[in-house]
Design a binder for this molecule. Structure first.
Ligand SMILES: Nc1ncnc2c1ncn2[C@@H]1O[C@H](COP(=O)(O)OP(=O)(O)OP(=O)(O)O)[C@@H](O)[C@H]1O
Length: 235
């Protein structure tokens, strides 16, 4: 589904992403891990055509994402609050996003009624604008807006970072359900427990390079903990 070819991004003469080749097959659940500054978000941004690579390209279903529109109909992503519209209420935002995918407000309401556990009474009908929600609740809105789009490919950047433990567990269940339905997921996280729990394949990034590409198995968590316990290694 996704092909990365010879992808490079350089800031201040330092390569912050440098991936000669990476394939993500349809239906895979991928966890992207790596210490601060490893290049995870920069990779996500190039995969979403938010920044241009200095070299190479990202293909989605065999078409370059850069300058193309087709991938947008089946890809949903939440990287940060910049993906939200601060002056809208959550309801208005969901209707807006739903409208882009030709859902009417009643269809959006039906979907929102399935999210009441995930929202935990804090998102809807609170008379608050998105800008006034806590960071964790903003993240819930962003993730819920992704799910509303019924994506074939879902990208989430550190979705567990600001959400409470109950929501983390719910989100993990949501991700497992999506994978069972064949949705391809790419989730970055600093939480090794969560990524090894929900992802079949783990990519470990360091200094812009994918230095490990592991099929998750019973020893993966211990292997990764051992790696990070010594602060990661350079290659
Ligand atoms: N616009 C920019 N200008 C200069 N340097 C940048 C820019 N964006 C990112 N970088 C640098 O690129 C490197 C990778 O950053 P990136 O945000 O991709 O890392 P990350 O793995 O997502 O980190 P974290 O885990 O802290 O979120 C960092 O050294 C960062 O300072």
């Amino acid at each position: 589904m996704i092909e990365i070819k010879d992808l490079k991004k350089v800031y201040a003469a330092v390569p912050v992403v440098n991936i000669p080749q990476l394939s993500i097959a349809k239906g895979e659940s991928i966890g992207l891990i790596g210490n601060n500054g490893a290049g995870k978000t920069t990779l996500f941004r190039m995969m979403l055509d938010l920044i241009l690579p200095d070299q190479g390209e990202v293909l989605s279903n065999s078409e370059p994402v850069a300058g193309n529109e087709a991938w947008k109909s089946y890809t949903a992503a939440y990287l940060d609050e910049g993906f939200l519209i601060d002056y809208l209420t959550p309801e208005e935002y969901f209707y807006f996003i739903g409208g882009l995918h030709k859902y009417n407000n009643a269809q959006v309401d039906d979907y929102l009624s399935t999210m009441s556990d995930f929202f935990n009474g804090e998102i809807l009908k609170r008379g608050k604008y998105i800008r006034d929600l806590s960071k964790g609740n903003q993240c819930k809105v962003g993730v819920a807006a992704c799910l509303l789009q019924n994506p074939e490919f879902l990208m989430l950047d550190e979705p567990f970072a600001n959400i409470d433990p109950s929501t983390q567990i719910r989100l993990k269940n949501v991700l497992k359900e999506l994978n069972a339905k064949g949705v391809t997921t790419l989730v970055s996280s600093h939480d090794l427990n969560h990524v090894t729990d929900v992802c079949d394949r783990i990519l470990l990034m360091e200094k812009g390079k994918i230095i490990k590409d592991i099929e998750t198995n019973a020893s993966t968590l211990a292997e990764l903990e051992a790696y990070f316990a010594v602060g990661g290694q350079t290659v």
